[in-house]
Design a protein around this ligand. Sequence first.
Ligand code: SF4
Ligand code: SF4
Length: 378
Amino acid sequence: MGKVQLTKIESYNNIDMIQTSINSMLDNSLLSKKLFDGAKVVIKTNLLMKKKPEQAVTTHPIIIECLANYFVKYNCEVIIADSPAGPFTKTSLEGIYEASGMVKAAQNSGATLNYNVSFSEVSPSDSMRLKTFNVIDVVKNADFVISAAKLKTHGMMTFTGAVKNLFGVIPGLIKAEYHFKLMNEENFAHHLIDIERYVKPDYSIIDGIEAMEGNGPSNGIKRYLGVLIGADNAYEADFIACDLVSIAFKLVPTLYLAESRNIFNKNEIVVEGIDYKALNIAPFKLPDSVDLTFLPQNTPAKLKEIIIKKLKAKPEFVHSKCISCGHCKRNCPANVISMVDNKPVVNLKDCISCFCCHEVCPADAVNIKKSLLLKLLK
Ligand code: SF4
Ligand code: SF4
């Protein structure tokens, strides 16, 4: 049986402490019994976009370096990989690796950075949504995969950690295509669970030393927590991370749907290390996207669908902040953004409220705007 381990880390400058914690977590993991000489270990980090480590959007490079050190010491071939938002190309990866500190993490540890942008179709028999989807080859061909996530809020999924991090195994702009096919939160969450079931990460680390609350995952508020979480099971890591910052289980579809699929049981989690409840961490500020849990449980499905459509938050573009990069337009799954005089204009009627535009905007020029009706109701 697996476990979740938590350690208190004062700062990213405390490299020895981080290395000791990661060594101890991995020595006590189920993975340690399976490692073999020459194994190909892929560290699936969360890179999302071109951001610096201190912006708390990407997994901190010191965490990645310490993870890589551990596996290099065991004579493994270690590859740092992700398919961030936007096109999955060598040029795009080069810029993101440099900005996020991954170049140095790889140099210091002896790991390699992935530049293989090929991908393949997979058809897992237990998938509940997309029966066939594309996965980047570097992950498909790995012996072991580590989900090395950042603890953040997320406009559509409420929370992003070890499970949501795995959406980055879907290549580049194909992510937008899947978003559009799946449309609503629960369909998308089922797809994330399907991806997790396919990848089955061998260990998960959540970087909660500096986390993000509010309108994450890229334009929220940086929040110091000083906690590192490691777990054999990605859902258990996410559950404890949410509990740490008081994000309710019922607001995280990847968790409550995974439990409904009997993939994990929140009542059977074994936690070791610090008593995280004693840290008394103040609850996270949630994203401004819609929380419809106030609707009665017995609301008929059709009526619920109509109400949700009316109440959903929508993106609002702030042209004075916009730098006209066009990332929002390129990443919009519903293709409802046009550039008029070099500024984005959205057709809200067909917008699916996925907030990909908010997520990829480098200038924090996309707000999540609550519907007026929802404000009146709550
Ligand atoms: S406009 Fe933004 S929130 Fe709406 S569908 Fe496009 S990316 Fe998603
Ligand atoms: S809103 Fe953001 S992502 Fe869209 S064009 Fe402007 S700066 Fe770029």
